[in-house]
Design a protein around this ligand. Structure first.
Ligand code: ADP
Ligand code: ASP
Ligand code: MG
Length: 457
């Protein structure tokens, strides 16, 4: 049994879904379980609807919902059998009716809670999974839809919910696996439900994570992540259009590090369930299924290049905290992190000197409160508009002069922070947002001038 996850662009239209059906049909002997994202940019549109609703723009919210409704009707009815057409229409009508009721509720409340964000953003996958299941049957694939909210059980940290693995795995083994023995199962990614039955989501980009959880729960032999690029590339194609090379093989640890530092191609939590059960992950392009893609495997392979790929996270904020005493007293770091913890703000990168600590955050929502609290015992300075550039490669730990090459390549660009990760497989620098593209270009040119053909395409 394998898990095949198709992202938003892979199911963005009737044509795209037809392509997906072809890819799945070719793999029927492997008994696929298919996990799909919302169609195209549906999740973003749902969130735009939610903010229009709470800002009192009722009509705009309803109009946007109607656009979404027209889009889902138009694309799905092209790829549905005559005898299932009515049933699908009924489903779409009921679902959009519910969505509009939810919008009216939000207009009245004028407020969005994490739980209502989940309620609204779940509609994308609730729709796409049913549509794709109908389409597969239209294309002759025996298919059954399973509602992920009945299977993926999560805690109640809405918008960032964590799966309760024991219960989820038991449902996957008991309820999904037997169905998948007979038919192709289609499930929505990203969504789940709390034990009390409230709809929850695993965080943006979470369908990759769903695929990995499903793979681990059913004991899949492989988890395939089908997306819109040829695999993990040596640099983010939005920053380096056309310049990146495909990485053939990468380890779980390297992929996790890249995902964490901004490589959107994988949700950062994806590799965890796969790694725990040692299930290989394979990243593939649904528009070019013949390309080999990237294999994510347990152990890093030997590679002549020090670096496998460069990830980056733009628009982050650096917080500099100076001890108001001459030297750092014991307990200083503890007090700092306790404040970030209390305001539920993750810290990505940290460097310290004798009297000061610099750290980065990419969710500055609670920063004002944090600064106020920190100011009771330290001087605090906040620098927005910064970017982290992160070089990842298992070989960094064995290769001398990597830092030297980084600074050389960056030439005159001012480096605000540097950290060679405790994992030893990453080296990160913080530069100003304005220098981000220049920095990535320079580092990419330096570290990928020659390519080890065993690892890169
Ligand atoms: P999906 O909808 O299939 O989940 P995503 O948009 O979430 O797709 O992820 C794929 C995108 O990740 C690519 O289109 C690309 O822009 C971006 N990306 C960022 N870093 C990398 C990288 N190192 N290699 C490949 N793609 C990357
Ligand atoms: N549809 C969700 C999102 O846009 C989940 C996903 O695509 O992985 O974030
Ligand atoms: Mg994604």
């Amino acid at each position: 049994m394998i898990v095949m996850k198709f992202g938003g662009t892979s199911v963005e239209s009737a044509t795209a879904i037809e392509r997906v059906a072809g890819i799945v049909r070719d793999r029927l002997p492997e008994k696929p379980i298919v996990v799909v994202s919302a169609m195209g940019k549906t999740t973003n549109k749902l969130l735009a609807i939610a903010s229009a609703a709470i800002n009192g723009e009722r009509q705009r919210a309803i109009d946007l919902a109607i656009d979404l409704q027209d889009f889902h009707f138009r694309e799905s009815l092209r790829i549905t059998c005559e005898q299932e057409r009515q049933e699908l229409e009924r489903f779409l009508n009921v679902t959009f009716q519910e969505l509009k009721e939810l919008i009216r509720g939000l207009v009245v409340l004028g407020e969005l809670t994490p739980r209502s964000i989940d309620a609204i953003s779940s509609y994308g996958e609730r729709l796409s999974s049913v549509i794709v299941a109908h389409a597969f049957r239209y294309f002759g694939i025996p298919t059954e839809h399973i509602d992920s909210r009945k299977v993926i059980v999560t805690d109640s940290r809405h918008t960032q919910a964590a799966p309760i693995l024991e219960e989820t795995y038991s449902r996957l083994a008991g309820q999904v696996r037997p169905v998948a023995e007979q038919n192709v199962v289609v499930m929505g990614g990203f969504i789940g439900a709390t034990e009390a039955g409230a709809t929850s989501t695993l965080g943006r980009g979470g369908s990759d994570f769903t695929a990995s959880i499903v793979g681990a729960g059913i004991g899949a032999s492989e988890i395939q992540i089908w997306t819109d690029v040829d695999g993990m590339l040596t640099g983010d194609p939005r920053i380096l259009p056309g310049a990146g090379h495909r990485v053939r093989l990468i380890s779980f640890a390297e992929a996790a590090e890249l995902a964490y530092f901004g490589a959107k191609i994988l949700h950062p939590a994806t590799v965890v369930p796969a790694m725990e059960r040692n299930i290989p992950v394979h990243i593939l392009n649904s528009r070019r299924p013949q390309v080999e893609g990237t294999r994510v495997v347990a152990e890093a392979v030997h590679c002549a290049n020090a670096v496998k790929s460069i990830a980056c996270k733009g628009n982050i904020t650096v917080v500099n905290i100076h001890s108001t005493r001459m030297l750092m007293a014991h307990g200083f770091l503890h007090r700092i992190f306790e404040v970030f913890d209390r305001f539920e703000t993750p810290v990505d990168m940290v460097t310290t000197s004798e009297v000061s600590v610099s750290l980065t955050v990419d969710q500055p929502g609670r920063l004002e409160d944090i600064v106020e609290e920190l100011s009771a015992f330290a001087e605090v300075e906040v620098d927005p508009n910064q970017a982290i550039v992160c070089l990842v490669g298992d070989n960094i730990r064995y290769t001398p002069h990597v830092a030297g090459r980084v600074f050389n390549a960056l030439g005159g660009i001012n480096v605000r922070m540097i950290s060679q990760g405790a994992s030893l497989l990453n080296l990160s620098v913080v530069v100003s947002q304005d220098d981000l593209v220049k920095s990535v270009e320079a580092l990419h040119a330096e570290f990928f001038r020659e390519l080890d053909p065993a690892v890169f395409d």
